[in-house]
Design a protein around this ligand. Sequence first.
Ligand code: 5GP
Ligand code: ZN
Length: 114
Amino acid sequence: MSDCIFCRIAAGEIPADIIYEDEDIVAFRDINPQAPQHIQIIPKRHIETILDLTDDDITLTGRMVLVANKIAREAGIAERGYRLVFNCRRDAGQEVFHIHLHLLGGRRMNWPPG
Ligand code: 5GP
Ligand code: ZN
């Protein structure tokens, strides 16, 4: 989708600090980080919300989690721990309607989340 900011990042049309890329997935630093490490892991394919996932996407979403783990290890936050978040729709505060897995780490997280 040409008007989707994350599709445009995946296509290289908008600059981003990309730290991982493969055939199906891109990961880049969040523009407004909420932790010392705040990275977005996205599929290259446009999927609006996690409610739109189907059985065909099980491997894709599993691989997104494994990419997050790999980045966490490389960033040196795996041992201490980190948080992975999918925001879905309004009550969760979803702002970008192209699914993205937030990887947050490098500080102690609060629970419950705000
Ligand atoms: P949401 O609230 O939809 O789960 O999170 C969207 C995230 O995308 C936010 O953390 C926001 O800072 C990030 N974001 C929005 N636009 C851009 C952008 O153009 N570039 C980057 N790197 N991050 C963005
Ligand atoms: Zn998109």
